[in-house]
Design a protein around this ligand. Sequence first.
Ligand code: NAP
Length: 242
Amino acid sequence: MTVEKIALITGANKGIGYATARQLGELGVVVIVGARDEVLGKQAADALAADGITATALRIDVRDPDSVAEAARTIERRYGRLDILVNNAGVAGAFTGTPGEARAADLREVYETNVFGVVTVTHAMLPLLRRSPAGRVVNLSSHVGSLTLQADPGSPLAGVNMIAYQSSKTALNALTLAYAKELRDTPVKVNAALPGVVATDINHHRGRRTPAEGAAIVVRLALLDETGPSGACLADDGPLPW
Ligand code: NAP
């Protein structure tokens, strides 16, 4: 008998998170749609359920530790464990100036979601992931968070200098490694996924890829078998230097 996997995806009411929920659901995973807006979360879960996917919604605002703790209690009560956590919720932030113009508050606004939100959710869900025979954490990172690419004047990203968003994804990469190191001797694997430039609300639909294309690497990392990597940063076409 195959045991169903239980997955929580934060920010799954739209974009890459929703596409991830759909693809995991189509592969038989029980999907929990995390959304900060209860109505949008329910709409997304209902749309998945209408297509035969086992999906429910939980209100999770990653900036609100009470909502995250409540979600963890609900998951524990319903399922007793969590197999997959996708830390997908993210923001670009309102700041569009140069690094020299940025104030701490401009970065803090983005870090609250992209960095501290991930810590809040991971801290709350880790006890449940440790109860899984094959816990998987996937963090939605970005090519623009790579220090190696940022430092290379020949890189296509050489001209990109969004201090708040980029450094938040660099910090997320560091978190990924920190958790992976701690969990090295456990079945839990922690990796960073790079979806590419995907047309979603976060970039005013300027990306070349579809959310479904962006979600493919997330799903691959969420379903890694025990021989798969941990502490890696992967795009569709392979690993990216940190
Ligand atoms: P998106 O369509 O704007 O989706 C972002 C999701 O995050 C939405 O569901 C949003 O909810 C949710 N969210 C934001 N703040 C939240 C909070 N405090 N609590 C809970 N949920 C929150 O953007 P996307 O492109 O799918 O982005 C998903 C992830 O991929 C992000 O981490 C992003 O940085 C990353 N990424 C995207 C690209 C790209 O090209 N699109 C590239 C690399 C990485 P609301 O609907 O309530 O706002």
